[in-house]
Design a protein around this ligand. Structure first.
Ligand code: FEO
Ligand code: CA
Ligand code: CA
Ligand code: CA
Length: 559
């Protein structure tokens, strides 16, 4: 059609149709391949460790690529290209022996699960064919649920951080449910702890705490860690959950470095962390809290960053804010301080959700990734969906305008004076996802949604250096009912200026698309495929979450 041709001209590719199969599809003229899959070796001693019948043995479980890939970033060290990649969670039934029936039956099985998640750091090399992993590179490293780490900022070492195992409140272990990512201005990796609550359980009676309820702690854990490790048993270590739910910084170019949890950035179900700079040089980090009715946050440092200068205190000394989206399309960043909340600063950070409620933050439709435009002061956040929006408990508002919002939307804001340090902004909706095949009311979606590009549940987002917005989905891929005509999860490209959106990639059925980064020359895109169904990509045996490489056959830039 004419509009598809116009999109092809704008985006330099022909948009693709939906898919419902168990394969990857990319536009004509593009190639893809698997770069790395769950169980692939990072070290030669783990070569051949993965078996299609039994997965990875526990002894090799911290020497292979983890399961369920998510956020990732690219780093360059001289001639070396290094990726840091999150592994968000595990499917116990895929990792554990069949006899365990999906529930860990021993401390050893718990160790296997702990190792298959967290972060992988690995070197990759350009072989002219979508890159390959450099096995045994000195950069290669696994960081998981047992890795030693430290914390800084006001909550580190506070009473909330003290446990029987660590009376100092400073010797932490493990980063978990590593969802989205970020990259600092000084070239380190930020990994964001999202649904950490799911790893805690109780073997006996435990205190009912208000904050446990707000953060979802105290339910049944599908991982059964608490049965074999007191750290995850809130009837024995009630404070351990406060040591999770943070943004953690990793130096991907130093495999001996100790990860640091930055408590100044607040504790909630962190999606990702998008770092930019205020006009005066202060560091600004935008962050979403992915839960129905939770908030969007901003951290602003007290110190300023200059290229090559000291980074001391930049992520430990500053102010946390929450967003208020007014119905007149203005907005405000509300500071979370002892004065505004009546809470001591360490409690503001450990219980950020409660602090946000006290100042009247706007309840959002599950804030997922935040992405900042590389060429101007404009920031986008994917609001993935919210089945509970509407009614008295969570009334609609202008930024979250649809009851029973199953399709989601992307909100964007422009800070006052084009300064990310400003406390006010204006906002609009870049897109309301919807289904124009079924609806002609609010559920059809905004004007830039057509039967040819529709999708549901935007989640991952990243700008490429050309100022185009890549949108990844994590939605209902049944292709039925409300989602008829939308097919499998997908990755689309959006033009922020015209509003145009075109479908670039479709995932295998069952998978979400999450995590996107590029080779240093932007000729190869690395895309995460999480929780695929069937036997993707091997065609037999277990499904294996993977990072794929996508490139143009003519060697031109992606997009
Ligand atoms: Fe891990 Fe909200 O996605
Ligand atoms: Ca996500
Ligand atoms: Ca999601
Ligand atoms: Ca996910």
């Amino acid at each position: 059609t004419t509009s598809a041709q116009a999109q092809a001209a704008a985006f330099r590719f022909t948009p693709i149709d939906i898919a419902t199969d168990h394969d990857i599809h990319v536009p004509e003229g593009y190639q893809w391949k698997v770069l790395v899959r769950w169980g692939d070796p990072l070290f030669s001693e783990a070569e051949g460790a993965y078996s299609p019948e039994t997965g990875v043995p526990v002894g090799m479980s911290d020497k292979v690529f983890g399961e369920n890939t998510d956020g990732m970033e690219t780093f360059v060290d001289g001639d070396h290209t290094v990726l840091a990649i999150n592994s968000e969670y595990v499917n116990p039934e895929i990792n554990l022996p069949a006899a365990s029936e999906g529930v860990a039956k021993s401390a050893e099985e718990v160790t296997l699960l702990k190792h298959m998640q967290g972060v992988t750091v690995m070197e990759i090399a350009d072989n002219g064919n979508g890159y390959e992993v450099v096995v045994d590179s000195p950069y290669n490293r696994r960081i998981h649920h047992e890795t030693e780490m430290v914390a800084d900022g006001p909550a580190a070492g506070s009473d909330w951080f003290k446990t029987d195992a660590d009376p100092t409140g400073l010797a932490l272990r493990g980063t978990m449910n590593n969802c989205g990512s970020g990259k600092t201005l000084w070239g380190t990796y930020l990994t964001c702890e999202e649904n950490f609550n799911g790893f805690f359980g109780a073997t006996g009676a435990h205190e009912e705490r208000e904050d446990y309820a707000r953060y979802g702690i105290g339910g049944e854990s599908p991982y059964a860690y608490e049965k074999f490790d007191a750290r995850f048993d809130i009837s024995q270590e009630p404070n351990e959950p406060y040591r999770h739910g943070w943004v953690t910084e990793i130096d991907p170019l130093d495999a001996a470095s100790t990860p640091v949890k930055h408590t100044a950035l607040g504790r909630f179900k962190h999606e990702n962390a998008e770092m930019v700079q205020a006009a005066d040089g202060r560091v600004v980090v935008y962050m979403g809290d992915d839960e129905r009715g939770e908030f969007i946050y901003r951290f602003v440092s007290n110190g300023v960053y200059e290229e090559g200068g000291s980074t001391e205190g930049l992520l430990s000394d500053g102010t946390l804010f929450v967003a208020k989206f007014n119905d007149d399309m203005t907005g405000e960043w509300l500071p979370l301080t002892p004065e505004t909340t009546g809470m001591p600063v360490e409690e503001i950070l450990v219980f950020s959700r409660m602090a946000g409620s006290k100042v009247g933050a706007t309840t959002m439709d599950r804030p997922e990734w935040v992405a900042a435009h590389p060429g101007r002061s404009e920031v986008y956040c994917a609001l993935t969906n919210n089945s509970k929006r509407g009614g008295d408990a969570m009334p609609v508002n202008a930024a979250n305008p649809r009851e029973t919002n199953e399709y989601g939307q992307i909100v964007r804001w422009r800070p006052e004076g084009e300064d990310h340090g400003a406390d006010t902004f204006t906002w609009d909706l870049y897109v309301m996802a919807g289904n124009p095949k079924l609806h002609d009311d609010a559920y059809r979606g905004s004007e830039n949604i057509t039967e040819g590009n529709m999708f549901n549940s935007p989640d991952g987002m990243a700008f490429s250096s050309d100022g185009l917005l890549w949108i990844q989905t994590d939605g209902d891929d049944s292709n039925e009912g409300e989602f008829e005509g939308q097919g499998n999860n997908q990755m689309l490209l959006g033009n922020p200026d015209t509003g145009e959106i075109a479908r670039f990639l479709t995932a295998p059925k069952g998978a979400e698309v999450t995590g996107l980064t590029w080779s240093p020359d932007r000729k190869v895109a690395f895309v995460g495929i999480q929780h695929p169904g069937g036997s993707w990509p091997d065609g037999e045996g277990k499904p294996r979450s993977a990072v794929i490489a996508v490139w143009r056959e003519d060697g031109a830039l992606i997009g």
